[in-house]
Ligand binder design. Structure first.
Ligand code: NOJ
Length: 541
């Protein structure tokens, strides 16, 4: 069926796949993934799986204090991941396949090993002193204010050389850049141009709203017990404060307009998505600006949601009501900072979650390995890597970052048979891997493949509107997607019981989480426990 509407920008209809490069595919046998590994597996992503774009987490020069989110050179590749030539090859091959490539950009902080910071900390009068946020101690020698690091402890580190503190919203090895200094703005814009000139299609912007703080560095007030920000659980003193002053200052919108102007210097709909953990819909939607700021702020609301129809519907309706007319929605169910969705919702629900993610209105991002139903791995203490986990017990992100299991052989096709992977594989990697799932028509991988095909084929799914269906049994979520006269009905049973509901006469089954389900015959359908279905309501001609 043809769509009655004009073509949309690529990023509106694309399905994005997030790659954590350390964990995707290691071609050198050192136990850590690399860029050539991604290039090697582009066929899996485009032909086998069928996604449209990849977002690659940082691969820049870095001492790896935060596994690449501490950048020591914004315009080069860390040797552990390869070279700039390897990146160019990846980009060319991806583009040849019609693929879009989104790279990570980390503007809030650099590494403490970045030459800018090395210079900045060298003396009070260094020309780069004001590139970072330096402050005198209070008279008693304590930090300048009460701001906390998200990774635990004060956000200020005392520097003996010059007798001042510097700000670090994350690790002490990640000093915050001073976005109020026009020289920093210009230098960071140039780092965008470096990758845009090479041909990247967009940026995922790390902790985007952190870049602008209160210029007077006012203390944060204590958090009110009902503060919506409590949804961001850090299990440290961070949650005790209402983060009014240490991020998201209104001036951030002018900074984003500047970033957008850089992207708009280039043709080809270059795209930006900001990592913005704001859960108040009005404040969240401000980050779209008037179509002149970020193309979208990431929507993390489903990651925070309970797995039940009322909670999910509430979040989707909240988002739909908040999106400005020029805005476009997006959904994520997992990433390199969150528990895997199969752990959060339970393995039985991972299939229904796939249906939800790939049938809602807006751009979905799939986290690598979720298409296999990977769960978090219990990483023993002696193999632990994540600095957050070592600073704040319970906050380790290692479990969701373990290597992609491609096959059942030693090294699981991720690394060489004798190599030690940087994090251990999940204990089910012998059974749960690409090789075993690809030949099994009922595997979750094949469900993802069928869903991705369906989404591409049906305009209602990749671009249509959404409306919820009220007349569904308790425990079932129902919604209808529509593009002109083409419709898709989605029904998800969240319960452990069979749920009976009526469907239009002559409707046909498009997909079920149960690959063995036969077609639909009557006007009534019994939805199995945890089953999700998509249906074409129109009688076939
Ligand atoms: C958010 C990233 O997603 C996370 O992995 C990182 O540790 C922090 N920002 C600091 O850059």
């Amino acid at each position: 069926m043809t769509s009655p509407h004009p073509a949309l920008e690529w990023w509106k209809t694309a399905v994005v796949y997030q790659i954590y490069p350390r964990s995707f595919r290691d071609t050198t046998g050192n136990g850590t993934g690399d860029l050539n590994g991604i290039t090697e597996r582009l066929g899996y992503l485009s032909d086998t799986l069928g996604v449209d774009a990849i977002w690659i987490s940082p691969f820049y020069t870095s001492p790896m204090a935060d596994f690449g989110y501490d950048v020591a050179d914004y315009t080069d590749v860390d040797p552990i991941f390869g070279t700039l030539d390897d990146f160019d090859l990846l980009l060319t091959e991806a583009h040849d396949r019609g693929f879009k490539v989104i790279v990570d950009w980390v503007p809030n902080h650099s590494s403490d090993q970045h030459p800018w910071f090395v210079e900045s900390r060298s003396s009070l009068s260094d020309p780069k002193r004001n590139w970072y946020v330096w402050q005198d101690p209070k008279p008693d020698g304590s930090p300048p204010n009460n701001w906390q690091s998200l990774f635990g402890g004060p956000a200020w580190e005392y520097d003996n050389t010059t007798g001042q503190y510097y700000l670090h919203s994350f690790l002490p090895q990640q000093p915050d850049l001073n976005w109020r200094n026009p020289e920093v703005v210009a230098a960071m814009h140039d780092t965008l141009r470096f990758w845009l000139d090479r041909g990247v299609d967009g940026f995922r912007i790390d902790v985007a709203h952190f870049i602008m703080k209160d210029p007077d560095l006012a203390d944060n007030p204590p958090a009110a017990p009902s503060n919506g920000g409590a949804e961001l659980t850090t299990m440290s003193g961070y949650d005790d404060w209402d983060h009014l002053h240490d991020k998201g200052h209104p001036d951030v919108h002018e900074a984003f307009r500047g970033i957008r102007r850089v992207l708009d210097e280039y043709d080809g709909d270059r795209f930006s998505v900001g990592e913005i953990h704001v859960f108040d819909w009005d404040r969240w939607s401000d980050y779209y600006g008037n179509g002149d700021e970020l193309h979208m702020p990431f929507n993390f609301s489903l990651v925070q949601s309970d797995w039940n129809p009322a909670a999910i519907r509430g979040r989707v309706e909240g988002l739909e009501a908040a999106i400005p007319p020029h805005g476009w929605p997006n959904y994520v169910l997992g990433n390199h900072d969150e528990q895997r969705l199969a752990t959060r919702y339970g393995s039985r629900n991972a299939r229904a979650a796939a249906v939800l993610l790939l049938t809602l209105r807006g751009q979905p991002t799939i986290y690598y390995g979720d298409e296999l139903g990977l769960r978090d791995t219990d990483v023993p203490c002696e193999q632990a890597q994540d600095p957050w986990g070592s600073r704040v017990p319970g906050m380790s992100r290692d479990g969701c970052r373990t290597p992609m299991p491609w096959s059942s052989v030693a090294g699981h096709g991720f690394t060489g048979p004798a190599a030690e992977p940087w994090l251990p594989f999940g204990d089910d990697a012998d059974r749960r891997n690409v090789g075993t799932q690809i030949d099994d028509p009922s595997s979750i991988l094949n469900l993802y493949r069928r869903l991705l095909r369906l989404r591409k084929e049906r305009p209602s799914l990749h671009r249509g509107g959404i409306a919820f269906i009220d007349n569904v049994p308790d425990g079932v979520l129902g919604f209808i997607r529509a593009d002109g006269t083409e419709h898709t009905i989605v029904l998800i049973n969240f319960t452990d019981e069979v749920k009976r509901t009526s469907i239009p006469d002559g409707a046909t089954l498009l997909i079920s989480t149960d690959q063995k389900r036969a077609g639909i015959r009557s006007r009534v359908i019994d939805i199995d426990p945890t089953e999700a279905l998509a249906i074409d309501p129109e009688p076939s001609a």
